[in-house]
Structure formats: C-alpha cells, structure tokens
Design a protein around this ligand. Sequence first.
Ligand SMILES: Cc1ncc(COP(=O)(O)O)c(C=O)c1O
Length: 423
Amino acid sequence: MTPLGRQRPALVTSLPGPASSAWIDRLAARECPAITARRARRAAVLGAADDDPIVWEQAVGANVVDVDGNVLVDMTAGFGVASVGHRNPAVVAAGAAQLAHLPHAMGDAFPDPVRIRLLERLAALSGMDRAILGSSGSDAVEAALKTARIATGRDGVLTFSGSYHGLSYGALSVTRYKAGAFRAPFAGQLSDHTIAADFGGALPDLSEIGAVIVEPIQGRGGVRVPPAGWLAGLIDAAHAAGAVVIFDEIYTGFGRTGHWLALQSPALRGRRPDLVCIGKGMAGGYPISACLGTAAVMDAWGASKGEALHTQTFLGNPVGCAMALACIDELEVLLPQVAKKGAALRASLEATGLTVRGVGMLLGVVIDESLAVSRGLMKRGYIALPAGESAEVIALTPPLMIDPDQLDGFCAALAEVRTELSV
Ligand SMILES: Cc1ncc(COP(=O)(O)O)c(C=O)c1O
C-alpha cells in the first residue's frame, strides 16, 4: 500500500466532518473572530452549504489527515512551508535532538554553534555575506527595511502594486495586495514614506528612495511573473540611484522555483539584490526567517555597542536553526527535481486548455470562479487556495516531494470540478 505522505485522498466523511465542526465550535468561542474563517454555524441555522475549515490532526509528506480521519492532498504545502514535505523525518529528528539538547540560547547576548553553522550554510547557498535571523517572514522584511535605512540614510521606500510582504506594521507599510482590506483600518498609523509603482511597469524617480522592495514573482498577489528583463532593469535603476534592492523571497526562496533562491535565475544575468528575505519553507514547519545581505549593506549597522539595535528574544532559536540545517540537506536532494516536476504539472494542466503562470513549483492556474473551484477540489480531498487581487488564480505550491501520482489525481479532480461548474 502507498505510504501516508504519497497517497491520493481518502475521505470517510463529507467535509467538514463532525469532529472538525465540533472543534470549530470550540475555536469560535475562544479565538478573535477575525482570525479563522468560519461559516458553519450560520450554515447550520440556514441549512446552506457548510464550508467551515477542516481541522488538521496530522500531516505527512504531501498528505494531511483531519480530525475525522479524512486523508487529503495538500497542494499548498501549508502556505509554502512544507517544501520538504510535512513532518519530514530528517527535519523532525534534527528538531527533536536539538530540543532535548539546547532549546533556547540568548538571542544577541549568547549565541550557540547551531546558529553559527546555519549562518555559514545560508551564506554558501545564497552568496550573501551576512544575515539577521527572525521568526516570521514579516520579521525578515522589517529587518531588511531597517538595514536599507541604515545603509542609505534615506527614508523613501518603493514598493509595487499587488505586493504582499506581511502584516506587521513595517511590512504592512509596503504591502499593496488588497490595499483596502489590509491597510485601511491602520492607514493613519502606517509610514507615509512609501510609494508604489506598477509591478512590471515603469519606474518613478528614485532619487529619494532608499529601499526598493520586490517579490521576484508575486505569490499571494496571484503568482505574477514580471516581464522578461524587468527585474534586471529594476536592480540597475535602483543601484544607479543609490537605493538598496530588497528581494522578498519568502515565497520564492528555498527551492520553490528550482533554484535555492529566485535571484539565481539566469534571467538576472548575474545581477544581485543587496538584501534577501527568506522564511516559510526554511525549516519545514518551524517559525524561522532571515534577512540576508551583502557585507557592504549589512556592515552599515556598525558593531553592537552592547545592546543590539535590532534583536528579539527568540533570535536564532537553536531548534529552528537545527531544523533549517536539516531542511537544507533535504532540499539539496529535491532541488534538481523541481523544474521537471513543475513542468510536468504545468503541461498536464495546459493540455486541458488552462492558462498556467509561474515558475518551477510556484504555479497559478488562471480560472474563473476560483473560490467555487477551491471548494470543489476540497470536496474531492485536494487543498488548493485562490490567490490574486481578484482571486484570478488557484495557487499551486505543493510539497516539492509530492508524488507524480498525487499530481495526476489533482489534475483529474480539477477536470471534474471544471465540468461540474462549467468553467
Ligand atoms: C512574499 C511574502 N513576504 C512576506 C510574507 C509574510 O510572512 P509571514 O506571514 O511569515 O510574516 C509572506 C507570507 O505569505 C509572503 O508571501
């Protein structure tokens, strides 16, 4: 029998099942209502379609098992985190060993060898000299914005339409994805030093700009790939104006596009950003992130004078660092397969008349009624979410280890859903 992790869906209840619904009731009583989308209570009253979330019990490889015992296939890798597969045994073993040995060191005060090994490995794979570690993607973005400010002495930041850089205040100030929804309630408290240009379009005057922040491929913004040559031109223009270029590779990094980082794509013809943010897939499920940078830019911070100007309680947490090191080992094996596997998935989808955008295993299927399509897929045991300003794509970022048979099953399920919905 195919091992869990590489199985096609096996559903034992309709979704969400009764155990999921019971947990969602308990969640509803105790979690801020703005966090988890829930509709079942209303549906139970009205008898309408129930599209509450399922509640995850465990996840292995490309499979998720919910609290009702349904086995699903995760085409999101849990927001792009489980690139090496959920509960990757080598990553879990590294985390467990570290947990038993030294679960916490002391941020900027007392480091530990695992953090130092990770910093060395990150430098080797990225070509960037230095790093600031963090816990979330937003942390990495904040560290990059601060570094650019320190390095250039300029307040101005250029960001792009459709961008998603996280929701903490600094990151939100440069996020433009669904501007009204995410920014409007806090607009009065956000930095007014930020200007936005069209992603892939003409650039404004950069003379007052200290940082240009860009996703090489926009993820949540709808898997948008900029026109050929645009990123290279952006780097040239920013550098000519004395601005620092930040690549936000929180989605594209750690193997998703078939390179360690998208900045290694030949399309950049050797150009490099000054700072790179990574997170998500970095440790296979442990919250850790990094802002990587060149010595020229990072060293502008100067030496710590005893109390670090930028730090966190959990900076460089040893468990996260150990898991990230194991994750890098795993990715070394998976990386060479990404382009081929992504191309095969893309070809299967395009063969059915669909338009697919993206690179490697970061793909967006352009489709009408993406929300209904996502629900239809879910009912067949495939987890895939809409993305884009107008939810114009279904984003596909499965674990890189996903079995080709699971991808075939997904394509067949999508074909069924399209027939059912006539899209
Ligand atoms: C490109 C990009 N940057 C930043 C973030 C924010 O990361 P986090 O949610 O870990 O703060 C995300 C999250 O989706 C992202 O896709």
